[in-house]
Design a protein around this ligand. Structure first.
Ligand SMILES: NC(=O)C1=CN([C@@H]2O[C@H](COP(=O)(O)OP(=O)(O)OC[C@H]3O[C@@H](n4cnc5c(N)ncnc54)[C@H](OP(=O)(O)O)[C@@H]3O)[C@@H](O)[C@H]2O)C=CC1
Ligand SMILES: CC1=C(/C=C/C(C)=C/C=C/C(C)=C/C=O)C(C)(C)CCC1
Length: 310
């Protein structure tokens, strides 16, 4: 009985055997948890994997393990702190100098905080790292993705997007604050961003999809009492990080998703999106506010080039 219950909690498995020789992948937050297991699997499939990590020592330890296990020496660590737009711009600038192709961008990194904190740019940490950091990174790397089409952008969101809304009157939590609600808001932002991004990318050969990895026994709860308690109290309902990486790997490699864009997946299949994640007006409003906060103009070639030098 127990193994079958455990198998149910383990969730969907990516059955595609597609290999990725000659493909370049960027994964944020790849030093641990779901990101590390995604990096391991894509390296095993032959991709050149750039692990974008804020702590390069932790990143190098993970990369070394992956290189040894898979025999793929093209697993590279680069520094990027999503809580600092200067660091994101520096990463993108170096990447564009060094890499001529980018086929898969996986916006995986995620912060879950226990109290109010701000990024170096003064944004509330959840919206700053989980949404705005990835929004800026995607903007800076988009031309390379378009040049490498067919290409894919994958945003790791969460089922918790359904538990809250985008509070445009209190986006940065300055009026009142709850860290868990701020996390939920940022995961909803991931879905709305994906939706609007897919619309912008129509006809470019670049797709954008979002996903829920499942409830995963990773380091995500390190600063959240609630998640730590859940992980300790009911560990059997949580996936391992390898199980949690399956839907990301599916979105990255599945042949049937080549021209699927703007969708949301869980357990390697399409999943239900809460009404607030399907709201086009919110998606457009969030897009516009994100551009304003980051000082970027998405559709302007001139600004896109300037943004790399400022
Ligand atoms: N675990 C779960 O149950 C669920 C997770 N998710 C999502 O999955 C994704 C991966 O999370 P998971 O593997 O579980 O969590 P982990 O905490 O294990 O991994 C998160 C990764 O993000 C990195 N990160 C955090 N802040 C920053 C930053 N400022 N700049 C760069 N990297 C950063 C971490 O780096 P470092 O090690 O240096 O802190 C780490 O590599 C997240 O987006 C999360 O929201 C969604 C639903 C459920
Ligand atoms: C109890 C229980 C569940 C546990 C859910 C949990 C523990 C979710 C954690 C989500 C997190 C941490 C999301 C982060 O973005 C399941 C698996 C739905 C199945 C039904 C019973």
């Amino acid at each position: 009985m127990f193994p079958s219950i455990r198998k149910w909690f383990a969730g969907g498995v990516c059955t595609s055997t597609a290999m990725l020789h000659g493909k370049v992948v960027v994964i944020t937050g790849a030093n641990t948890g779901i990101g590390k297991e995604t990096a391991r699997e894509l390296a095993r499939r032959g991709a050149r994997v750039i692990m974008a990590c804020r702590d390069t020592a932790k990143g190098e330890a993970a990369a070394c393990e992956i290189r040894t296990e898979t025999g793929n020496q093209e697993v590279i660590v680069k520094e990027m702190d999503l809580s600092n737009s200067k660091s994101i711009r520096k990463f993108a600038e170096n990447f564009l100098k060094e890499e001529k192709k980018l086929h898969i961008l996986i916006n995986n990194a995620g912060a879950m905080m226990g109290h109010y904190t701000k990024t170096a740019d003064g944004f509330e940490m959840h919206i700053g790292v989980n949404h705005l950091g990835h929004f800026l990174l995607t903007f800076l790397l988009l031309d390379r993705l378009k040049q490498s089409a067919p290409a894919r952008i994958i945003n790791v969101s969460s089922m918790t997007h359904a538990f809250w809304k985008i509070n445009f009157q209190n986006l940065q939590g300055e009026r009142w604050y709850n860290p868990l609600l701020a996390y939920f808001q940022s995961k909803l932002a991931n879905i709305l961003f994906t939706r609007e991004l897919a619309r912008h990318l129509q006809g470019t050969g670049v797709t954008a999809n979002a996903l829920h990895p499942g409830a995963v026994l990773s380091e995500l709860g390190r600063q959240s009492y609630l998640v730590s308690i859940l992980q300790a109290a009911i560990p059997f309902v949580f996936k391992t990080s390898k199980e949690g990486a399956q839907t990301t790997v599916y979105c990255a490699v599945a042949e049937e998703l080549t021209s699927v864009s703007g969708e949301y997946f869980s357990d390697c299949k399409p999943a239900w999106v809460a009404p607030q994640g399907r709201d086009e007006n919110s998606a457009k409003k969030l897009w516009q506010i994100s551009c304003e906060l980051l000082g970027i103009q998405w559709d302007s070639r001139v600004c896109s080039e300037q943004s790399l030098t400022t």
